[in-house]
Structure formats: C-alpha cells, structure tokens
Design a binder for this molecule. Structure first.
Ligand code: PMP
Length: 420
C-alpha cells in the first residue's frame, strides 16, 4: 500500500512554527467559492474538511487495493486487511490505547449505542441511575433513555453554571450510590466547554460509577490521552477529525469488552458458527459484524497521520488564537449574545443577534460565502435551558484563518443591518 502523504514530514514542528497557510492549501475544498464569494467554512463541529492526503489515501485504496478485509487470502485481501488494521493501530496510538481495545464502528452515535446496549442494558435495573449532563448531544442522551425505558433505571441530569461550564459541585453531589453510569461530553458541541473529564472520571471511579466520555468534539482539536482521562469508555467520530463520514471508534477497558455480549451479529465477529451455538471472536472483532467502511478507515488512518504530523498541541494553540480573535470581534457586534463562555473552551461559538432569527442569519451569511450552522445542534435540552429556540454556531478549525474570522464578522454586520 502506498505510504500515507504526510503534509509535513520529519519531526514535529515546535508550537507556533507551523506554516498555517501551507496547511490550509492541503484542503482542496477550501479553495472553492459559494455564491461567487470565497468560502468561509465555519461548520467544522458539524463535519470537518478533508486534506488531500486523506482523499488520496481513499482514492488509492479503491484504485489499487480494493478487497474485503479478514476474509480473502489473496494479495488484495491481505493488503486491504493490513491497511485497515494499520488504521486501527494509528488511531490507537493517537489516543494512547491498545489497538485491541478499540472497536471500529460508524461513529460516536454507534459507539455510544454499543456501550448502552452491550454494557448497560444487561446490567442496569430499576433503582439504578444514569447520570448525564445538560450539555449532552442527543447521541449521548437518547441511547440512555432507551436503556432506562427497558431496564427501569432513571436518568438524572447534572446542570450547568450560567457561563456554560458544568457545576462540578452539583455533579459530584449527584454521584450518589444509585448512580451506576455517568455519560458526559469531553467538549460541548454547542458551547465549546471543555469539561475536566479526568477529574470527573476520578471522582466517579472512587464511587464505582462507570464513565462513558463522548470525545466527538475533543479528538479533532486537542491531544487526547485516554488512560490519563481514566474513563471506562471513550467514543470518537472520524468525520470531525479530517476523516470520512461513517468512521469512528469506541475504546473500552478490556475487562468491559471481554464481559460485554456482542451488540450485532453476523460475519467477522465469530470464531465458529453452528446451529446449536456460536463462538464469538475476541474483542474488538466481536463487536464488528459485517463489512466495515474499509476505505473510510484507511482515510481516517491518513487523517491521524496528518493531525499527528501537525501536532495536536499546535492544533489546539492555533484554534485557541482563532477563537480569541473571533470572540473579541463578535463581542463588538451590537445585540450579539454568545452562549457558552467557559474559561476552558474549544473553538465553537454559539450566538444570537437580537431581532434576527438564527436561520435567517445563517441563510444570509451563506449568500456571503460564510457557512455556519443554525438550529438546535442536536441538543434540545441545552437550548431549552437557555430559553432559546435556535442559535447560530460558528465552529473553527486549524485550517481557518484570521482573515476568515474578519470576513465572517464583516458579513455578519452586513446581514444584521438587513434583518434588524
Ligand atoms: N456527540 C457530539 C458532542 C457531537 O458533536 C456529535 C456530532 N454532531 C455526535 C455526538 C454524533 O456524532 P456522529 O453523528 O458522527 O455519530
């Protein structure tokens, strides 16, 4: 299989010395125009753009190596399997975990459902409590509601402080003896709040509470060291970290993976099938029935190479600068309210402009070439808590520029004049 394209081969560039203009050039889509204006893509929390290295790795797989994994002994079959398992190895190294503890799946939604159906469903019962937080994405709410309905367990919600950070005292107080599981976002997709998950998981563990961390919005933007977090489960989604849609993973402590029954059955996840009983494969394959998104994972492997070559600390520092710039400029816009101003925050800015509906703002911004998301961001309970029907959300990534921030704010001032 051809070597992945490293954008910046050699040792990691020291923080602050990455040539971000060159990095941006790696993203073909960012060169296009929308409505005759240069695209300003500020929707990376929704899905990230892909560098050429990822597109090329996927293309190369289909042009030269396409075959199914784990089945065929022929050359293409073993090339495909090696590349697919290579992606698992890269992703595991990226998260500082063992590759056999990493279940590859279609994304965070599947990953959390796997934890819910295979770990929680057989274990929880009436009288048990699942603790979640106000800021969760629906993917980290609804699977637990389904488990609660079927087991008789109840759901308890840890609330936020007005700045959009977790009320940690309340969270710790909520960790009562009936709580068996805590499901929590590492980073909020609406507020950008970065939760102190290592400290939270430590408290949970002291009380015997199993922790599920939704890392969808963390893994693309900061170095994630799962053992240092100390959770029981950690979910990621590939398409937000420069990879393909339909890729993701659930990391779990080995003892959980060994004890959990499979979630779905089929080929690949078995050692032997007889009509009087089936012997399942070892983890992680026990949880990976059917043909996976092979090309997508090979692309995700290239994405991990790409991000690793940039250095996640550099990515975080770059995005921190862009966030500070955007926040400062947005604060100067009349009638603009920002939702989520936690001290430790990722580059996500939800906002409203007094007198302008979020969808109207997003539609008019699109005509200026600026892509932001508007709506409820798959977080209805959070928006209800703020008492708003919708917000606009600008989410930045390392490939954005300070000029784009200025173009966005200028466009926002322009469309605001049309609406207010
Ligand atoms: N959790 C969070 C915090 C998210 O932002 C998202 C994606 N918007 C998800 C879960 C779901 O990810 P996916 O749809 O890729 O499974």
């Amino acid at each position: 299989m051809s070597a992945p394209n490293h954008p910046h081969p050699g040792p990691l560039p020291p923080a602050g010395e990455v040539d971000w203009t060159r990095v941006r050039d790696d993203f073909p889509l960012l060169k296009r125009e929308v409505h005759g204006k240069p695209l300003v893509y500020l929707d990376s929390a929704n899905t990230g753009q892909k560098p050429a290295a990822v597109i090329e790795a996927t293309d190369d797989f289909y042009r030269r190596h396409n075959a199914n994994v784990s089945r065929a002994v022929h050359t293409l079959g073993s090339e495909a399997t090696d590349a697919y398992e290579g992606a698992r190895r890269k992703l595991a190294a990226f998260l500082n975990v063992q590759r056999d503890d990493l279940v590859l799946c279609s994304g965070t939604t599947f990953a959390i459902n796997l934890a819910a159906y295979s770990w929680a469903l057989p274990r929880l019962k009436a009288g048990d409590t699942i603790l979640i937080t106000r800021m969760e994405h629906h993917a980290n709410i609804v699977p637990w509601q389904l488990v609660a309905q079927r087991t008789g367990a109840t759901i308890k919600v840890a609330e936020l402080l007005p700045d959009g950070s977790l009320d940690l005292d309340a969270l710790h107080a909520a960790m009562t003896a009936d709580v068996k599981l805590l499901a929590i976002a590492h980073v909020s997709n609406v507020l950008g709040t970065v939760n102190p998950v290592a400290a939270i998981c430590r408290e949970a563990r002291k009380r015997g509470i199993v922790t599920v961390v939704d890392g969808s919005q963390a893994a693309p933007h900061m170095a994630v060291d799962i053992p240092a977090i100390g959770c029981d489960f950690y979910a990621i989604t590939g398409h937000k970290m420069c990879g393909a849609t339909g890729t993701g993973a659930l990391w779990a402590r080995r003892e959980h993976l060994q004890a959990m029954p499979p979630f779905i059955g089929g080929g690949e996840m078995i050692k032997e099938v007889r009509f009087d009983g089936t012997v399942f494969n070892d983890p992680p394959h026990k949880f990976e029935a059917g043909t996976p998104n092979i090309a997508g994972f090979i692309g995700l492997g290239a994405a991990v190479d790409y991000l690793s070559a940039l250095g996640m600390d550099n990515v975080a520092a770059r995005e921190g600068e862009l966030l500070a710039h955007a926040t400062e400029e947005l604060r100067k816009v009349d009638g603009l309210r920002i939702f989520g101003e936690a001290r430790h925050k990722a580059a996500v800015i939800s906002f409203q402009v007094e007198g302008a509906h979020a969808h109207d703002l997003a539609t008019l911004l699109d005509l200026e070439g600026v892509a932001v998301r508007s709506g409820q961001h798959c977080a209805h309970p959070l928006l209800h808590w703020f008492g708003v029907a919708a917000t606009c959300r600008a989410s930045l990534a390392f490939y954005n520029t300070h000029d784009e921030v200025d173009a966005f704010v200028a466009a926002l001032r322009k469309v605001r004049r049309l609406l207010v």
